[in-house]
Design a protein around this ligand. Structure first.
Ligand code: NAP
Length: 250
């Protein structure tokens, strides 16, 4: 269905990003996995037909320029999944400005850099897709994760603005907003809850799953499915949306 279209997935070596790469590849796209850990990306790329690994640190202008120049050797990027992201949990009154900046640098400014890196080609194209992996934290508040919540609200706002600004082109811009998904970020959140509250692993998992009316953690493939649908040629009228995948939490 995607017929050789070129898809870049940031944070593509793990978790949601890797599942998106597998899904887009299964739909016929050529995939480039980007992230900081080149060995992990290369290992992941070996398991996806024709995938390529390219090192990228979204917080660096030079790294983004070099990575997307390397990607451009395969032709213009048709699909960008802005998935690279980090999370941290701390009480707001204990949050340093360094910690605030660290999260915005990856989740917001990194996304801006990558988005701009492909816009030159995308705004000329008859088909292009930018998909931003936000979070339900981009649509509602959350205690102890204020910098993350602010960053994901920024992603949702950027998605809406870019969708309007480039509506006259062949590009759509959408956000996917997961609830808690079984990945390293959630493993860290569980470890953090156990450490800070003395709860057992089972209790920590229950703390997270109570946010989902279906009472479970979401699978990475469920997020990738929505990303795949947004990339289909027939989804061209869907733009500026923030699609929640959260068991009905929002
Ligand atoms: P993950 O496995 O930790 O994925 C995060 C990815 O981001 C990693 O592959 C990491 O690769 C990459 N990354 C981090 N900093 C980077 C940087 N400076 N430059 C380039 N890449 C960077 O966790 P995940 O759950 O799949 O997260 C993916 C996205 O989903 C994130 O945006 C997250 O906020 C969002 N999300 C997750 C959940 C959840 O419950 N898991 C819920 C809602 C939204 P390297 O370390 O190799 O750089």
């Amino acid at each position: 269905m995607l017929n050789g279209k070129l898809a870049v997935i940031t944070g593509g070596g793990t978790g949601i990003g890797l599942a998106c790469a597998e899904k887009l590849s299964s739909m016929g796209a050529r995939t480039i996995l980007m992230g900081r850990n080149l060995q992990r990306l290369q290992d992941a790329a070996l398991k996806i037909d024709g995938a390529r690994a390219v090192q990228l640190d979204v917080t660096s202008d030079e790294s983004v320029a070099a990575a997307f120049a390397e990607a451009a050797q395969d032709g213009p990027v048709d699909i960008l999944v802005n998935n690279a992201g980090i999370a941290a949990a701390t009480a707001f009154h204990k949050t340093s400005m360094e910690e605030w900046a660290r999260i915005q640098a990856v989740n917001v400014e990194g996304l801006v850099r990558c988005s701009q890196a492909v816009l030159g080609d995308m705004k000329q194209a008859t088909y292009a897709r930018q998909i931003n992996i936000a979070s339900i934290a981009g649509l509602r508040g959350g205690a102890f994760i204020a910098p993350y919540v602010a960053s994901k609200h920024a992603v949702v706002g950027l998605t809406k603005s870019l969708s309007l600004e480039y509506a006259h082109t062949g590009m759509t811009v959408n956000a996917v907003c997961p609830g808690y998904v079984k990945t390293a970020i959630v493993d860290n959140a569980i470890a953090n809850i156990m450490e800070k509250t003395g709860r057992t692993e089972e209790q920590a998992v229950a703390e997270l799953t109570k946010n989902n009316p279906q009472g479970r953690l979401i699978e990475v493939e469920e997020i990738a499915e929505v990303v795949g649908w947004l990339c289909s040629p027939l989804s061209g009228s869907v733009s500026g949306q923030s699609i929640t995948v959260s068991g009905g939490a929002i």
